[in-house]
Design a protein around this ligand. Structure first.
Ligand code: MG
Length: 443
């Protein structure tokens, strides 16, 4: 039985996630751990799931530390601080009607698929501990935001006072990011900084489209930077001093360059990162390690390779000198530090832009893996220089970087091609799409 996907449990409330699911996960956590810290984002279904999850943990004899409404990185830090399991009730960047549960280890790193498998097994077998009346766990409350604020203030390096607009997505970052930036030395304006689980300001996923009001606010206030988060603030996004959106790849490349200017070392990113990230790390004397998509994979590789930084183009960045969870508010302070040395628009002006072609092929969920497997063999016809199977199929063909992966959210296969020549990039993307369609048609 699979409950967990690439980033915990995440589904529409009432369908894949219900109070019953939270109760079962809570009972499994209480079976495995003596103590767990529980937090939630601002979603309207957060509290009902929180109560069910806590009831489950207590019934199995586990004790609970209640962190309340906090960002995901705050919860992860709180798990590390208390050396216990962490359970965050969130659906991250998904719309308001979604919710989910993401689990954290006592070292502050997300649960690996193996650990999630243990929880699934306990639930499947119903192998829960059942505490007697005198063995029921206890609940105590904690307010972990101050500690997170302190960590960010210590981490940030702002060279001069800049003005920043923070778009908190009506999520738990509303209680953290504006204060963190102000303490770090910025003048802060805010939008969408009232916690509201209906997400009335914008969709919780930060994209060029959803950050239009941030762009306008930067222009209207004459600010020098705009930063934004997703619903639970493990991600960061940014607009420059002109209010122009900076793509996730470019922002990640800027962060890599900034790290490498101080210290050479290893940087971890995911296979879906763009050419600009690869080039920037190489140009600045760093070593780039690619891993499968998802912040857990990035964290695992960071630990394994003792990397100085790791991040995904979606804006989930891990700064291992601070902790091992992707941290949006900490990343926002990091970006403000970069902007205080040289504004982001001036930095991105020097960056190359490569054509990217994206294709989507409809494919039933149960056939995705088979289609990718067959494509990994068939792609040899396209004479690639190298093929990697870290996640899906990554092939370098005629100076084009081609990535074919199953979609994590839709019954579809996604094709992403990026190269220096637009004509070649389009040609390779079209060939890959045709090849997959032919394979699926059984030709
Ligand atoms: Mg998130």
């Amino acid at each position: 039985m699979r409950l967990f996907g690439t980033s915990g449990i995440r589904a529409k409330y009432g369908a894949g996630i219900t109070p019953e699911t939270a109760l079962a996960v809570g009972k499994a956590i209480g079976t495995l751990s003596k103590e767990a810290v529980v937090g939630r984002d601002t979603r309207t279904t957060g509290e009902v799931l929180e109560h069910a999850l806590i009831a489950g943990i207590l019934s199995a004899g586990g004790s609970v530390i209640r962190a309340g409404c906090v960002t995901t990185p705050t919860l992860a830090l709180c798990a590390r601080e208390n050396k216990c399991t962490g359970a965050m009730i969130t659906a991250s960047h998904n719309p308001a009607e979604y919710n989910g549960i993401k689990l954290w280890q006592e070292n502050g790193m997300a649960f690996t698929p193996q650990l999630e498998g243990k929880i699934e097994q306990i639930i499947e077998k119903g192998a829960y501990k059942k505490a007697e009346w005198k063995g029921i766990g206890t609940v105590r409350n904690t307010s972990p935001i101050e500690k997170h604020l302190k960590l960010i203030t210590e981490f940030s390096k702002i060279k001069r006072k800049i003005t920043v607009v923070a778009d908190c997505a009506n999520g738990p970052a509303s209680m953290l990011t504006p204060y963190a930036l102000a303490k770090a030395g910025c003048t802060v304006h805010t939008i969408n900084a009232n916690p509201d689980g209906y997400f009335p300001g914008r969709n919780p996923e930060p994209t060029e489209e959803t950050l239009k009001s941030l762009s306008s606010a930067v222009k209207a206030t004459g600010a020098e930077l705009g930063i934004a988060h997703d619903g639970d603030a493990d991600r960061v996004a940014a607009v420059d001093e002109k209010g122009s959106y900076i793509s996730g790849d470019k922002l990640l490349a800027l962060a890599c360059a900034h790290y490498l200017q101080d210290k050479k070392g290893t940087i971890v990113t995911t296979v879906d990162a763009g050419l600009i990230v690869e080039e920037t790390v190489e140009k600045n004397g760093g070593k780039l390690i690619l891993t499968r998509v998802g912040d857990v994979a990035v964290a695992e590789q960071i630990v394994k390779t003792k990397a100085i930084f790791g991040g995904e183009p979606c804006g989930a960045w891990i700064h291992p000198s601070a902790h091992l969870a992707p941290d949006g508010p900490l990343s926002a302070a990091f970006i403000a530090g970069m902007a205080s040395e040289e504004l982001l628009g001036s930095r991105t002006k020097k960056m190359k832009e490569y054509p990217i072609v994206r294709e989507k092929i409809t494919c039933p969920n149960e056939e995705k893996e088979k289609a990718i497997e067959r494509f990994s063999k068939a792609v040899k016809k396209m004479e690639p220089d190298k093929i990697s199977r870290i996640d899906g199929v990554l092939a370098h063909i005629d100076s084009v970087r081609l990535l074919v992966r199953p979609s994590g959210t839709e019954p579809a296969i996604r094709v992403r091609a990026e190269g220096k020549s637009e004509a070649k990039t389009k040609k390779i993307a079209a060939e890959a799409k045709k090849l997959i369609e032919d394979l699926m048609a059984g030709q």
